[in-house]
Design a protein around this ligand. Structure first.
Ligand code: ADP
Length: 640
């Protein structure tokens, strides 16, 4: 079951997730790069700190210290930091960043810092120096940036360096500077002080190294867990999105091939596998035919029939079970194991497509790795299969409806065709009778025969309309030849045809063509275009009362020919507008005012216009008039 709120949350976080998952591929590198910059920033402060503290101690507190050496040390720190800054910038520009280079660079920086630190301690009083506590910071920094092993190595190095200073000063090999301690106390000369300080300093270093690096290791583990979790979440999101999309596909289109193509591609992507296919059962229910394929070679798809009696695996799936074949090479249920191996397929996952009426077929995902699919994957593909089944059933039902519609149209066409000749004969006989060729008619007889003729004429129109409509539906159109048609000439002809009927109703029939740039040609059939124009102009004249106005206008704009047929007639009520192009529909005002009409003309007109790549729209106001606007793509004939 899809949970919309969960989906929304996942969508909202998807960008963040994706970023996290992407950056997770290089967490160490990214971390090293950012810590390089961090170390360098801190070191600027350290260098300035050494210079500042020496200046303050020397100038204001008159502490006796080797100021020159300390100033020099401060400058050295700033200088090597400037060098590191430049190297870091170069390293950061390198793509892809060499991880071992960054790592070596960090270790070199820390090494230099520890030497500088040792020098600082030496110049500020050796074992008596208050700066000895600063080594703490360095252990913490090393534990953040380096492995536990490296941190311990650095702690050992610090212990050794401090011991070397202590022992060196004690033995007189190194000069001793009195900074805070009293010269007479000469603590650095007392073995107990020297050994005690070295012992406490070293143990502090090791304990600090242990505490800081174990804490950091724990944090790193958590970080890794978060990264894995976000990757899992991302993959769950992709899958959810696929299920959602397939649900959307169910609603968005009834084109079977489109639905299936989308399903196979999205499923393969979401599973991260090479290929996916859908096979549908044929009418006999014994064979599975390929309906959609993604990522498989033609040769594999055409390897042969998949028949249920010879394929135990397909039988099991069709019976309603999702099945994973972990290793194609060893599974005996496959019908074509050799071909699958040649295609590079090592494992498969199949799930049934099951509709309301029973099994429809199966969906199958293919991986190049053996043991690729998990139970989660099976559940996911089954969910896709359920959505797919609905889509397939809908599309199949739609196809069946289309076929039924075609059959109906053919039936209408056959019947109306059969009606056409007797009606023609009746009309011709009526004309003969009314012309008096078979004897004079009495007044009542003439009147009655005229009414019969009127009805027969209507019947003829109805038959013609029905035949046209059925021809369109039954796709007879495919046989018609599309040719370049001079739209300007066709309109002029039709307008001419209606001059007299318009005059009879005192309607001003206006015709305007913006054809100065030359003839307007479209791709259509002459009869079809004549039918379209005839319907529109005849309706305009028919539905416009005595003394009204009908204006026909043709112009070309942006590669389209536009035809407007506007009248000042009875108009179309707003709620009738949406039904206008439906077969047999007549608006109530038209039915009340104009008896003749089948309600088929506009349906045929729209059918034809769409067939020629055009569009028809209508604007109308009841009682005020109507404007039909038709556009066609203009035919651009290339010079031969
Ligand atoms: P018919 O004219 O035979 O009734 P059509 O399919 O040509 O059938 O038109 C369908 C309906 O659209 C008409 O019955 C009428 O209600 C409306 N209609 C079409 N053209 C016009 C128009 N120019 N003015 C008013 N109503 C129109």
């Amino acid at each position: 079951m899809l949970r919309p709120y969960l989906f929304a949350v996942v969508i909202m976080n998807s960008a963040a997730l994706r970023d996290a998952a992407q950056s997770s591929s290089v967490p160490l590198e990214a971390e090293l790069v950012s810590s390089m910059t961090w170390l360098i920033t801190i070191r600027w402060l350290a260098g300035i700190g050494v210079l500042g503290a020496t200046f303050v101690a020397d100038t204001f507190f008159r502490v006796s210290l080797p100021a020159l050496s300390l100033y020099l040390l401060g400058v050295i720190i700033l200088v090597y930091n400037a060098a590191f800054h430049l190297i870091a910038r170069r390293l950061m520009r390198k793509e892809p960043r060499a991880h071992h280079q960054s790592d070596f660079f960090t270790k070199t920086q820390i090494g230099c810092d520890w030497l500088a630190m040792t020098a600082l301690i030496h110049f500020s009083g050796g074992l008596e120096s208050p700066a000895i506590f600063y080594f703490f910071f360095h252990v913490v920094i090393a534990s953040i940036l380096l492995s536990m092993r490296a941190t311990f190595l650095y702690a050992a190095m610090a212990a050794l360096l401090i011991s070397a200073i202590g022992i060196g000063e004690y033995a007189g090999a190194l000069p001793h500077y009195f900074v805070l301690a009293n010269a007479s106390a000469a603590l650095y000369r007392q073995p107990l002080f020297v050994l005690g300080t070295i012992f406490f300093f070293s143990s502090t270093m090791f304990v600090a190294a242990y505490l800081a690096s174990t804490l950091n290791a724990r944090l790193r583990k958590r970080e890794a867990q978060v990264v894995t979790l976000s990757q899992n979440l991302l993959s769950a999101y992709t899958r959810l999105e696929t299920v959602y999309e397939s649900a959307e596909a169910v609603n968005s289109t009834l084109e079977l091939t489109q639905v299936l193509d989308r399903l196979v591609q999205r499923t393969a992507d979401a599973l991260g596998v090479r290929a996916c296919s859908i096979r549908l059962l044929d009418e006999t229910g014994a064979r599975l035919n390929v309906a959609a394929v993604y990522g498989l070679s033609d040769a594999y798809v055409k390897k042969g029939d998949l028949t249920l009696d010879q394929n135990p695996l397909a039988r099991e799936v069709i019976a309603g079970k999702a099945i994973i074949v972990n290793d194609v090479a060893t599974d005996t249920r496959l019908q074509y194991p050799q071909q699958a191996l040649e295609e590079g397929i090592a494992s498969m996952l199949s799930a049934p497509l099951h509709g309301k009426q029973g099994p429809l077929g199966l969906i199958r995902a293919y991986s190049v790795d053996a043991y690729h699919f998990t139970a989660d994957d099976a559940e996911f593909v089954s969910a896709i299969a359920r959505q797919g089944s609905i889509a397939i059933e809908n599309a199949l039902a739609y196809q069946a409806l289309g076929k039924l519609d075609q059959m109906k149209s053919r039936f209408v066409m056959t019947v109306t065709h059969e009606l056409r000749s007797p009606v023609s004969v009746v009309r011709s006989l009526l004309r003969t009778l009314l012309a008096g060729y078979v004897g004079e008619l009495g007044e009542t007889q003439r009147e009655m025969l005229q009414r019969v003729q009127y009805r027969a004429d209507f019947l003829q129109t109805l038959i013609d309309d029905l035949l046209d409509l059925a021809a369109g539906k039954a796709d007879v159109s495919a046989k018609e030849e599309i040719v370049p048609v001079r739209l300007d000439e066709a309109v002029a002809r039709v307008v001419e045809r209606f001059t007299i009927p318009a005059q009879e109703k005192a309607i001003a029939l206006e015709w305007e063509c913006a054809c100065a740039d030359g003839p307007i040609k479209i791709a259509a059939t002459n009869e079809g275009i004549d039918r379209v124009l005839n319907n529109l102009v005849s309706n305009a004249v028919k539905y416009t009362p005595h003394g009204g106005r009908v204006a026909v206008k043709l112009f070309a704009r942006a590669n389209r020919a536009t035809l407007e047929v506007a009248d000042s007639g009875i108009g179309i009520p707003e709620d009738a507008l949406t039904h206008l192009f439906e077969e047999f529909y007549r608006a109530p005002n038209a039915r009340a005012q104009v008896k003749e009409g089948t309600g088929l003309g506009l349906a045929i007109t729209k059918d034809l216009i769409v067939r020629y790549g055009g569009h028809i729209g209508v604007q109308s106001q009841a009682g005020r008039g109507t404007t039909f606007t038709v556009t066609f793509p203009i035919l651009i004939e290339l010079p031969v």
